[in-house]
Design a protein around this ligand. Structure first.
Ligand code: NDP
Length: 434
């Protein structure tokens, strides 16, 4: 805390990992004596820079951007870029730190990183977003590359922003390489990337339920968000015969007791991906309830927080548990506040984002593989690999967390923290001290 004053989000993330990894180290001689966790909490480097750009009225504007290159012990740095006014160095350090373990869990050779800017693309014209992205990449291009650091999207960075940034990278580097993922299909993107995080979180939930001899079919689900992760989480739930009851955005949530089906999902995709409208329109169109606030008071078997960090507090977790929740899998990064995490870990099967939302970065890793081989796999091939990866991550959580939770439940948080740590720790030790 003294070393990183005011970085609350980062402290919280480190504390959560340390509470599992430190006791593990204490019981395993092989991992003692090299300050492994302390070394992992210090990023390899943090690059901070100004991004100046010109708005549509001709005014010069200035934002701040960062790239946190946390650890490349097991592969080139990999992690998304986030554009939002809430972005700070602390938020990016928390996300980058988590990314080390998440990327390790996928089994693919990817190090941990994260980046972004306090620029908010909402309400900006395409021209303004393009000029911002080009200006940002004019500085960032020095630090990235297919064997160095491969950024992707995150909140506020979708296909449009990736396209503008990758275009500028191509221009400045005078080459076409897979230096970014989440690219459009026409210029090196992978099929299935858009769907990967949402599908992956549902595949992970399917594994959780199979491990306790249950099935996802027929289960009701409360989902938050209506962005990239939430929409494809809902799509996979519908495909597997579950019944999503809610969807939300920053204005509030809708509760549809009949469940969201394919037709309603098609409306949602048009509303959110094409027209960028508000969620209330769904309630008007399908005659159900819209409420301000968050959806966690709705009774359901399963929960999928897929919007943003700290979107589910202790009281809301209690309400989900009192309503008979079986399991919760995080689609977003750290959506549950620490009190909520504590309660969920104790009372239900609770999968942390670093395990359950790793499908996105896993398919980004597959995009890197396709780019370097100059081939494109089919959607079936990518989906098959994604399902295999989510199953393997679940297996690692079982290996290190089975029977370790309250009431002999699998402790997925412990399983993910230790499962992710071991590979990185082995690599750090074998490469010497630096
Ligand atoms: P999007 O920007 O596509 O969607 C975010 C959604 O969350 C929107 O519906 C947004 O509503 C809503 N939201 C934002 N802030 C709030 C808030 N304060 N209260 C309620 N709702 C809010 O982002 P993604 O779907 O890509 O990402 C969602 C989360 O998943 C993030 O935590 C991200 O880091 C994580 N993640 C994403 C991956 C990916 O592949 N996309 C991979 C792994 C993790 P509105 O439209 O009103 O802003």
């Amino acid at each position: 805390r003294k070393r990183n004053p005011g970085q609350e989000e980062f402290h919280e993330a480190v504390q959560e990992v340390a509470s599992d990894v430190l006791p593990f180290i204490a019981n395993h001689k092989d991992y003692q004596g090299e300050c492994l966790l302390e070394r992992l909490t210090e990023p390899d480097r943090v690059i901070t820079f100004r991004v100046s750009w010109v708005d549509d009225e001709g005014n010069v504007r200035a934002n701040r951007a960062w790239r946190v290159q946390f650890c490349n012990a097991i592969g080139p740095y990999k992690g998304g870029m986030r554009f939002d006014e809430t972005v700070t160095e602390s938020v990016l350090k928390f996300l980058g730190f988590e990314q080390i373990f998440k990327n390790s869990l996928t089994g693919l050779p990817m190090g941990g990183a994260k980046g972004g800017s306090n620029f908010n693309p909402k309400g900006k014209s395409d021209g303004e977003v393009m000029r911002f992205c080009q200006s940002l990449m004019t500085e960032l291009h020095r630090y990235i590359g297919p064997d160095k650091d491969v950024p992707a999207g995150d909140i506020g960075v979708g296909a449009r922003e990736i396209g503008y940034m990758f275009g500028q990278y191509r221009r400045l580097s005078h080459s076409f390489t897979g230096a970014m993922t989440g690219k459009g299909i026409s210029f090196g993107g992978s099929v299935g990337r858009k769907e990967a995080t949402g599908y992956g979180v549902v595949y992970f939930m399917r594994e959780i339920l199979h491990a306790v001899d249950d099935d996802i079919k027929g289960k009701t689900a409360v989902v938050s968000g209506s962005g990239n992760v939430a929409l494809y989480c809902i799509e996979k739930l519908v495909q597997l015969g579950a019944k999503p009851l809610t969807v939300s955005d920053s204005s509030g949530f809708i509760y549809d007791p009949d469940g969201i089906d394919e037709e309603k999902l098609a409306f949602l995709k048009d509303l959110k991906e094409v027209r960028r409208g508000r969620i209330e329109e769904y309630a008007e169109k399908f005659g159900c309830t819209f409420k301000e606030g968050r959806p966690w008071g709705v009774k359901a078997d399963l929960a999928f927080p897929c919007a943003t960090q700290n979107e589910l507090n202790g009281d809301e977790a209690k309400s989900l548990i009192d309503n008979g929740l079986l399991a919760l899998a995080e689609g977003a990064n750290m959506p549950c506040e620490s009190k909520a995490q504590h309660l969920l870990r104790k009372h239900v099967l609770y999968a942390p984002g670093k395990a359950s939302n790793a499908g996105g970065v896993a398919v980004s890793g597959l995009e890197q593989s396709q780019n370097s081989q100059r081939i494109s796999w089919s959607l079936e091939e990518v989906d098959k690999r994604l399902q295999g990866i989510m199953k393997d991550i679940h297996g690692k959580c079982i290996e290190h967390g089975k029977g370790k939770g309250a009431g002999d439940k699998t402790d997925y948080v412990r399983g993910a923290n230790i499962g992710g740590f071991i590979k990185v720790a082995d690599a750090l030790q074998e490469c010497g001290v630096f």
